[in-house]
Design a protein around this ligand. Sequence first.
Ligand SMILES: [Zn+2]
Length: 204
Amino acid sequence: MKTKSVVKVMPKQHTDDSIADLMQKLLLKIGEDPERQGLVRTPQRADKALRFLTSGYETDVQSIVNGALFEEKCDEMVVVKDIEFYSMCEHHLLPFFGTMHVAYLPNNKLIGLSKIPRIVDMFARRLQLQERLTHQVAETLQEVLKPKGVGVICEARHFCMMMRGVEKQHSGAVTSAMLGAFRARKETRDEFLSLVSHRNHPFY
Ligand SMILES: [Zn+2]
């Protein structure tokens, strides 16, 4: 199959093989026939899908937050909860997905609420560990806003657990990152937890 056109439109490709070329080899490796009808365009589709799922490498924080930071006298907790995300586990290249709850205690600086899910997506669309994803979101808000504190809770289910090996389909993992007041003050942490705990759980 000719896949040269794929290479042409992907100028950042550093190796001779495009992702589509590699996908075609992968199909052969697992015993498939890449020429059969259903698979003829699969390498290109998978190439495109994988580029989208890892597009977070090419996004930077400044381009997201530019023009969306506001000076405002405000010191009440801001919470954005139930942010859906989809990521890829770096150990198995299988998806993990779930929800994230993000809060910060402003220090007279606010960020446009819609920017928080975009920051989550920026880090989720990379090869990840749930723990690192959680921390990266927290640390980015800490850097950008210099707030009194940041709290992030992430609940996820991993295809590598659900589909292979242990096959525990209903087990989820919860990770958290607490910075500043969220780490130091139990009252702040409790307020955050109470704000995010009464909700429709996405998994059950
Ligand atoms: Zn995994």
